[in-house]
Structures are given as C-alpha cells and as structure tokens.
Design a protein. Structure first.
Length: 64
C-alpha cells in the first residue's frame, strides 16, 4: 500500500479506476520517464489508458 500512497495524486486516481491490476511500481516508472521527457500529466495518463486498452483488446482476442 505504501507504493500506491507514494504515487502522485493524478496517477493514484488513474490507478484506482484502472480496469487492470497495474502495479504501482510499473506505473511510477512510466510516469517518471514520461514526465522527465516533459510530457504533461494528461498525456501521461492518456498513454497509460492506451496501454491498458491495448492489453484489454489482446485479452479479448485471446478469449475468442
């Protein structure tokens, strides 16, 4: 729980509503890399959402 609590608030909110069980450490890595490159918060959250959507689409295709 400490890993989750240490995340920036926008990332915690995104993770709390995520459809997949993302680990706080993997989200933190993505967040830190993107922010270090100057990406705005909304862009980072959109990147995470796109990655999640791609994972969900793969899972959906695997079930069929």
């Amino acid at each position: 729980m400490h890993g989750f609590d240490a995340l920036p608030p926008p990332l915690r909110r995104w993770l709390a509503e995520a459809a997949l069980p993302w680990s706080p450490s993997s989200c933190r890595r993505i967040w830190q890399d993107a922010r270090a490159k100057g990406e705005p918060i909304d862009a980072v959250l959109a990147r995470l959402s796109r990655a999640q959507d791609a994972c969900l689409a793969r899972e959906s295709n695997d079930v069929r």
